[in-house]
Design a protein around this ligand. Structure first.
Ligand code: SAM
Length: 311
C-alpha cells in the first residue's frame, strides 16, 4: 500500500536494517509513512519514531498508529533538531531526503510548475518565507547560488536577470508565472534541446534554498549517528549529487576513509567509528524503475556504528 507516494528502495532498506525482534527505528523523513510501515511489518515487536517537518502528515500518522497500536510515535520536527527527542539507542535511523509525491501533487504547496499555484515551496508552512518572497527579497548572490549551485542550472545568468527584472510583479507570485519566466529567459534553442522542462532545475534550486535542505543534512547526520546504538544502522537515500556528496563525505569520515583523492592524511590519523555497508551507493533495480520512476535518481548509502570485520 502506498497511498500516492511509492517508497523508494524499500526492500533494500528493510534488508539492511538490523535483525533484532525488539528493534527501535527512527524514520527522520516520515512522509507518507511507507518506509515506517515496512519497518513495522518486519518484526512484530519493532517500534518506529517518525519525524517530518511537514505538519500535513497527520492522516498518515493516524493510519499507522491505528494499524500498529503502541508501536509508533511521531514528532512534527525538522530532522536537524532530532537530538531533542528523548529516545536514543536506535537500531536503525533512516533519511529519505527531498519532497514526497504528496507535496508535489498538492498544487497549493507551490512545488510544481505543472500546476498554477502560489509560489510557496516550503515543506513547513509555519516557518521561513515562501519562494515568492525569497525571489523578491534575497540578494542577487543568494539567488545566483540557488540557481547555479543548488539547481545546477547552466543557464543561470539569463534566469537570474529575468528574476531580478520581474521583482515586484505578479510573475514571481505563482508557479506558472515563474515557469513561464524561465521558459522565456533560457531561449527557444535551450527549450528545444532540453529533455526536461526548462524550469526543472530552477525550481529544484529555489526549493533547496527556501528549505535550507543541504545545511540541515549536515547538521542532522552527526546527531543521527549519536542516537544509534552500537551496531545500529544509518541509511540515507539521496536524490541529487549535492545531498549524496554530504552523505558520502560524512560516511567516509566515520569509516576512516580518505574524503577524496586530495586527502593525503595517513591512515593512523583517521578515527574509525563505523563500518561501510555499501561500498558504492545502491540504486533501484530495473523492476523498481518500472513501477516507480522517481527512484531513477535515488542513491542509498548505509553504515553500521562500530568497527566490524567486512560484511
Ligand atoms: C521523500 S519523502 C519521504 C517518504 C517516506 N520515506 C515514505 O516512504 O513515505 C521526504 C519527506 O521528508 C520530509 N522532510 C524533508 N526534509 C525534512 C527535514 N529537514 N526535517 C523533517 N522532515 C523533512 C518532507 O516533508 C517529506 O515528507
Amino acid at each position: 500500500m502506498h497511498s500516492g507516494h511509492i517508497s523508494v528502495l524499500g526492500k533494500e532498506v528493510v534488508s539492511l536494517m538490523g535483525d533484532s525482534d525488539q528493534s527501535l527505528y527512527l524514520d527522520c523523513t516520515f512522509g507518507a509513512g511507507g518506509h515506517s510501515r515496512m519497518l513495522l511489518n518486519k518484526y512484530a515487536s519493532s517500534r518506529v519514531i517518525g519525524l517530518d517537518q511537514d505538519s500535513d502528515r497527520q492522516t498518515q500518522v493516524d493510519a499507522l498508529k491505528n494499524e500498529f497500536p503502541n508501536r509508533m510515535d511521531f514528532y512534527n520536527y525538522n530532522f536537524k533538531d532530532l537530538d531533542q527527542i528523548l529516545e536514543d539507542q536506535f537500531d536503525g535511523v533512516l533519511f529519505d531526503f527531498g519532497v514526497s509525491s504528496f507535496q508535489l501533487d498538492q498544487a497549493d504547496r507551490g512545488f510544481s510548475f505543472s500546476k498554477p499555484a502560489p509560489l510557496d515551496m516550503r515543506m513547513n508552512r509555519k516557518l521561513g518565507i515562501p519562494a515568492s518572497e525569497f525571489l523578491n527579497t534575497a540578494s542577487p548572490e543568494v539567488i545566483r547560488k540557488s540557481l547555479r549551485d543548488y539547481g545546477q542550472e547552466k543557464r543561470w545568468k539569463p534566469v537570474l536577470e529575468a528574476i531580478l527584472n520581474a521583482r515586484g510583479s505578479e510573475v514571481l507570485e505563482t508557479t506558472d508565472g515563474l515557469a513561464q519566466l524561465v521558459y522565456e529567459a533560457v531561449g527557444p534553442k535551450a527549450v528545444r534541446l532540453s529533455k526536461i522542462h526548462p524550469a526543472t532545475l530552477t525550481f529544484q534550486g529555489i526549493r533547496i534554498a527556501v528549505n535550507e535542505e543541504l545545511s540541515v543534512i549536515e547538521e542532522a547526520l552527526p546527531k543521527a549517528f549519536d542516537k544509534l546504538a552500537e551496531g545500529g544502522i544509518l541509511i540515507c537515500i539521496s536524490f541529487h549529487s549535492l545531498e549524496d556528496r554530504i552523505v558520502k563525505r560524512y560516511f567516509r569520515t566515520l569509516c576512516g576513509l580518505p574524503l577524496d583523492r586530495f586527502d593525503s592524511r595517513p591512515k593512523q590519523e583517521r578515527t574509525v567509528s563505523a563500518t561501510a555497508l555499501t561500498r558504492k551507493p545502491m540504486k533501484a533495480s530495473a523492476e523498481e524503475l518500472e513501477f516507480n520512476p522517481r527512484s531513477r535518481s535515488a542513491k542509498l548509502r548505509a553504515i553500521k556504528k562500530g568497527v566490524f570485520s567486512k560484511q
